[in-house]
Design a protein around this ligand. Structure first.
Ligand code: CA
Length: 242
């Protein structure tokens, strides 16, 4: 049932087949159920600094760097970019607010599917716009034996965040993979755009409140409504790729 989506992808990019060697996972909203903490923190802090950013809009900016998000709102509401000092102050306040939230749990289904992928001998990578220093420690604690430091792309690695393809292109470079040797798992419209722009077959997992339509319009090749659903579909996806 997934063959049609794969056929369309291959035709668009001129590839013969997907030779699956690695799965590139976004982190927030895919591996961890952390987006509610992020969007609530963004909403609260932006309001404190005099900007309007609803929680739902925060989902639309998911994947951008903090500076990009702040500048977009600043231009909209004041007609100019935020200063570096403002960006620093807002981002620090947002990080502080986020750190007050209870630690986000693993996304249900994520642990099950990454284990299957590992057993299948397929490489796992993490590609995130997040710049939390405790990231690797958290991944190791919640997904022991699944991810390796040298196969991660974070905010520290790249200049241009999602929706630019750069984070995913960097992942291909780090892993030594071609686009058609990987698939991307993303929950956010801008993340889907980034994966698609990097020429990679991109699976959207709609774990947030946005309508599916937004993810299809971002270019998603397939869509599931949870990591559980993706986990249940994994064997079929693998068969369709082979
Ligand atoms: Ca995400």
């Amino acid at each position: 049932m997934y063959q049609e989506a794969i056929k369309q992808y291959l035709k668009k990019h001129g590839y013969e087949r997907i030779d699956l060697k690695a799965v590139l996972f976004d982190m927030d909203g895919v591996l961890f159920n952390s987006m509610p903490n992020h969007t609530q923190s963004w909403h609260k802090i932006m309001e404190r600094f005099g900007f309007g950013l609803s929680e739902e809009e925060a989902y639309l900016h998911e994947g951008r760097t903090g500076a990009d998000t702040i500048n977009i709102i600043s231009r909209r509401e004041r007609g100019h970019d935020a200063t570096d000092e403002e960006i620093k102050a807002i981002y620090a306040a947002k990080a502080e607010e986020f750190n007050k939230c209870p630690e986000a749990p693993r996304m249900p289904g994520a642990w099950e599917v990454v284990q299957k992928i590992k057993t299948d001998g397929i490489t796992r990578m993490v590609v995130t716009g997040s710049g939390q220093v405790s990231l690797l420690e958290r991944l190791n604690r919640n997904f022991p034996g699944i991810f390796r430091k040298e196969l991660m792309v974070t905010a520290f690695d790249i200049k241009y965040g999602k929706p630019n393809p750069d984070p995913y292109l960097m992942a291909l470079e780090k892993g030594g993979f071609r686009p058609n040797e990987t698939i991307v798992i993303e929950n956010a419209p801008l993340g889907v755009q980034a994966g698609v722009a990097a020429g990679i077959f991109t699976i959207a997992v709609n774990t947030g409140p946005l309508p599916d339509q937004v993810l299809w319009e971002a270019g998603a090749n397939l869509l599931f409504h949870s990591m559980n659903e993706f986990n249940e579909a994994w064997e079929e996806i693998k068969k369709a790729v082979d």
